[in-house]
Design a protein around this ligand. Structure first.
Ligand code: NOJ
Length: 552
């Protein structure tokens, strides 16, 4: 067994996710960049975060905004150079901030050299880097199996240079799935991981990591409408073997950690990740269905706090450590989804912060969440840059026979990822201070006039300053970091739970409603921190109240 260097220091740190295209554009070309990130490190330090997770910054044609990598060892030219990246690591380290990269290894872009070689008419070793199979039926005209792409439609595409042969793409058709039955692929990935760790990267967020291993490629005859094939590619035993190998060969030689993006995660699989030391934590996806239909994901349903809090609190007791989040680049803005982005925007954004930062596990804050950025009021999938919104629009149109505007509205309310991807709102100047005024790659959310960092930084009651206070409170609190979680009440208005560590107990009380709510479980408790300045310790909790009490 190799020597293990892991210090678990990541458990003491709060993560901030940066979506590089939209964080800060230092050269006014419309795209965020690494120099822009460096210029905001003091802001992040002041916020109290300890780790930055960068969504992909590798070279990419950007069909899926960098989740389609064409060169794992090159920096995306839109974001800067390798020298900029080295400076970022250096500057971040100076401030005791660690950098985590996005590891997208289920698939590569079809622009990647490996894929280009794989589809050369003359067979070579790269053919077996991907999942390439002969089609079925007469002249191999039918796709090899009936699995679906996560972005809707089939996950197979015919290769023009290899007639009758199809590659697999669980996402869009320029994201070709790698073949993890091939040791050469694993070796290549290990080398890439080593390359970045040697540069001083602290860890990786592993994209769709529980889907990398396809046990068989058989047809899936289940009744699933979406994600057909899932039972053969999700949470497979082979995935553990691949990750164990990577851990032993590479990761164990560094003080590092892996957080997995793991939809369709079950508690058993999650515990297996921890037991086998294959992942250090993971994102669960159960709570994202609290305001949309699991069967027709573009169908919005009424938000229910119970459906948000129950899975989140349930997971707290299922596993020893988890990655907690309310937002990321794939989800709509939390204050619009789970709070009230109008009258109670301040209260509800702070209440959600209280929820996120008082859970056991690592909190992940997404850029802009700390100032309460809300969804766009209107956004048509036609002007959207989000490949999944575009693909789903096409599929929905062909099967639902609804008006374009109706489908558009549905997608806008449920899955248009651009809501979360618009440029960061730094001030009320042109383009929200994201750049000096040149056309931005995605339009700026008009809310920047009111919701921006500059407005909030000197306002002691701002969402931003509440985050700062809460982050400091958490960073200093062993109870919030390491205490056990015990659910006290989950309803569609009041959600309450305890955190218990040694002989100390904190009680967290959240009101998810626009109305004051009575909650009779009045205990002998001392309010430590809350989003209301004047709160009489009684049993009536004002709209969107969020507070942490110490139980005496
Ligand atoms: C999950 C990422 O978060 C998402 O943005 C991306 O589209 C898919 N994986 C495919 O890589």
């Amino acid at each position: 067994m190799n020597k293990v260097f892991q210090s678990n220091d990541f458990k003491n740190r709060i993560v901030y996710q940066i979506y590089p295209a939209s964080f800060m554009d230092s050269n006014n070309d419309g795209w965020g960049d690494i120099r822009g990130i460096i210029s905001k490190l003091d802001y992040l330090k002041d916020l109290g975060i300890g780790i930055i997770w960068l969504s992909p910054i590798y070279e990419s044609p950007m069909d899926d905004m960098g989740y389609d990598i064409s060169d794992y060892k090159k920096i995306n030219h839109r974001f800067g150079t390798m020298e900029d990246f080295d400076d970022l690591i250096k500057e971040a380290n100076k401030r005791d901030i660690r950098i985590v990269m996005d590891l997208v290894i289920n698939h590569t872009s079809t622009e990647h050299e490996w894929f280009k070689k794989a589809i050369e008419p003359e067979k070579n070793k790269y053919r077996d880097y991907y999942i390439i199979e002969k089609g079925k039926g007469k002249n191999n005209k039918k796709v090899p199996n009936n699995w679906s792409s996560a972005f809707s439609g089939t996950c197979r595409k015919e290769i023009p240079s290899l007639k009758g042969m199809y590659y697999m793409h669980l996402f869009c058709d320029t994201q070709a799935d790698l073949n993890y039955k091939n040791e050469n692929v694993i070796n290549e990935i290990e080398e890439i991981i080593k390359f970045w760790l040697d540069k001083g990267v602290y860890g990786f967020r592993c994209d769709v990591i529980n889907q990398i291993y396809k046990t068989t490629l058989k047809n899936d005859y289940s009744k699933l409408l979406f994600n057909k094939g899932q039972k053969y590619y999700c949470n497979q035993k082979g995935m553990f073997d691949v990750l164990k190998k990577i851990r032993n060969d590479v990761l164990n030689h560094y003080d590092t950690f892996l957080v997995g993006e793991t939809s369709f995660l079950t508690p058993d699989i999650a515990r297996e990740f921890l037991k086998t030391n294959t992942l250090d934590m993971f994102f669960e996806f159960d709570h994202i269905w609290c305001d949309k239909s699991k069967f027709i994901p573009i169908l919005k349903t009424k938000f229910k706090a119970k459906k948000l809090a129950k899975p989140i609190l349930n997971w707290q007791n299922q596993v020893d450590w988890i990655a907690n989040y309310l937002e990321n680049h794939d989800q709509l803005r939390s204050v619009s989804r789970y709070g009230d982005d109008k009258k109670y925007i301040n209260e509800s954004a702070k209440m959600l912060a209280t929820f996120l930062l008082s859970l056991r596990g690592t909190p992940f804050i997404y850029q802009g969440e700390e100032i309460g950025i809300k969804n766009f009021e209107q956004f048509s999938s036609k002007e959207s840059d989000d490949i999944s919104a575009k693909m789903v629009f096409k599929t929905a149109k062909s099967i639902l026979h609804l008006k374009d505007e109706t489908i558009d509205k549905m997608i806008n309310e449920t899955l248009n990822r651009d809501h979360a991807r618009s440029p960061m709102q730094w001030n009320a100047n042109i383009n929200g201070g994201f750049n000096q005024g040149s056309k931005t790659w995605l339009k700026v959310n008009p809310s920047y006039q009111q919701i921006n960092v500059e407005n909030q930084i000197n306002d002691p009651n701002s969402i931003l300053n509440f985050y700062k206070k809460l982050i400091k409170f958490r960073n200093d609190s062993e109870i919030l970091k390491f205490g056990e979680t015990e659910t006290v009440k989950i309803s569609n208005s009041i959600v309450s739970f305890k955190r218990i560590y040694n002989d100390k107990t904190y009680l967290i009380i959240l009101n998810f409603s626009k109305k004051s709510k009575k909650y009779n479980k009045k205990c002998d408790a001392n309010l430590l921190i809350s989003n209301y300045d004047t709160f009489e310790n009684g049993n009536l909790y004002p709209p969107y109240f969020g507070g942490i009490f110490e139980v005496k």
